[in-house]
Design a protein around this ligand. Structure first.
Ligand SMILES: [Zn+2]
Length: 244
């Protein structure tokens, strides 16, 4: 039996770290759907994402419902546009703060779930700021970037890939990144200045988000993702006993 991390009441309910519907949507596209392991780096074929039933009561999990639904709709609109064969997809974003809440909720739940119920172990002071924003209406709008997933292992084969939130560093800027529904979400929790070229990609104020087909990127060279993929490919190698 666990108590809600926000209000202390029990019972707690099932919280999906990233909404289940998003992983579910990804399955029919290709057989392959891969993502990170429950307990650390590594890879596995995903079923329907991951959940934790020890972090939130029904009321507080329910408070994230609107943001979850908004994120699901955003990804679905993107994928519907992409299927039409466009290299550029415009996705309406009438309530940008809800898209930020969607990403914030995924990151906070991940941290709460993997830290023995102490999200500050992962997020430091931003754990409280995220929780205050999501559950107590205290405005905190970390920068959010959204891009198309263009990760591939082989040329021309974009991975049908899901990844739960992990730390990601680019140009010395720290993000929490997760990948779902063909999109990469990067949430920047600190207030450190960003290069202007990166700041213009923020969707925090965008009533419509324009997503471009990205250049293929090597999944192996991406911190976090590369580590996980290396673990996967190692599993595939045949086992050779060490020489005596
Ligand atoms: Zn609660």
């Amino acid at each position: 039996m666990a108590n809600c991390l926000i209000c202390g009441s029990d019972p707690t309910v099932k919280s999906h770290i990233v909404p289940r519907a998003l992983f579910h949507d990804m399955k029919p596209a290709k057989g392959q759907l891969i993502g990170n392991l429950r307990d650390g780096p590594g890879y596995q074929h995903l079923q329907s994402g991951f959940w934790d039933k020890t972090i939130l009561c029904a009321e507080h999990e329910g408070q994230l419902h609107q943001a979850d639904e908004y994120g699901i709709q955003f990804c679905r609109t993107f994928n519907a546009g992409k299927k039409a064969g466009q290299w550029r997809v415009d996705v309406p974003n009438p309530a940008p703060e809800l898209l930020v809440d969607f990403a914030s909720a995924c990151v906070w739940r991940m941290a709460a779930s993997r830290s023995e119920r102490r999200p500050e172990k992962w997020l430091g002071p931003y754990a409280r700021r995220l929780a205050d924003s999501l559950f107590h209406g205290i405005a905190y709008r970390p920068m959010l970037l959204v891009a198309c997933n263009a990760y591939q292992l082989k040329k021309g084969e974009i991975l049908n890939m899901g990844a739960l939130p992990f730390r990601y560093v680019e140009l010395d800027i720290h993000f929490w990144r997760f990948i779902v529904g063909g999109l990469i979400f990067d949430l920047k929790l600190d207030a450190r200045a960003t290069p202007a070229a990166m700041a213009t990609l923020a969707v925090n104020e965008q009533a419509e988000v324009t997503l471009f087909e990205d250049f293929p990127q090597s999944a192996r060279r991406t911190p976090g993702v590369g580590h996980a993929l290396a673990a996967l490919s190692m599993q595939r190698r045949s086992f050779r006993p060490p020489p005596n």
